[in-house]
Design a protein around this ligand. Structure first.
Ligand code: AMP
Length: 138
């Protein structure tokens, strides 16, 4: 009983605000991680974001930084999200430093939309390290 009330409360909290142009689907996997419905290997958490290991790493180090706020794509962030977007990059660098990869080089990627490879529609910053990366990216 208590658990279902909690789940409904959390689902409401992560529903997108009405001014978002793309519908935010609160059942996406990252929203579920934020609600602690599925596990993740957490690397960082603060009042605005969470960082956790990618479940299918594309490099020896691969983690994701996601906002707690429900934003589907980078393109759905609005002017009021400017500080939050900066915070996500700050958190990415903080976790990279904590993992000891900051000076070896790391790549930061945001896929925006399915044509760019986005498969989970909750904004996320990929951080990859531990191998060399080609340019231009594939
Ligand atoms: P993108 O293709 O840019 O949307 O990236 C989505 C990323 O989320 C991929 O790298 C997936 O491996 C990762 N991912 C999907 N499900 C999980 C999960 N449950 N825990 C951690 N990472 C996940």
């Amino acid at each position: 009983m208590r658990r279902s009330i909690l789940r409904r409360t959390c689902a409401r909290r992560f529903r997108a605000p009405p001014n978002h142009p793309v519908n935010y689907d609160a059942s996406n996997v990252f929203a579920r991680i934020l609600r602690r419905e599925i596990p993740a290997r957490l690397l960082h958490e603060d009042h605005q974001c969470v960082a956790f290991a990618d479940v299918a790493p594309q490099a020896p180090v691969h983690f994701l930084v996601i906002p707690k706020r429900a934003i589907a794509r980078l393109a759905d962030a609005d002017e009021s999200d400017k500080a939050l977007l900066g915070h996500l990059l700050w958190a990415a660098a903080e976790v990279a430093k904590k993992l000891g990869i900051a000076n070896d080089g790391f790549r930061v990627v945001i896929n925006n939309g399915s044509n760019a490879g986005q498969s989970v529609f909750h904004l996320h910053v990929h951080v990859l390290a531990g191998r060399s990366f080609g340019w231009p990216p594939g």
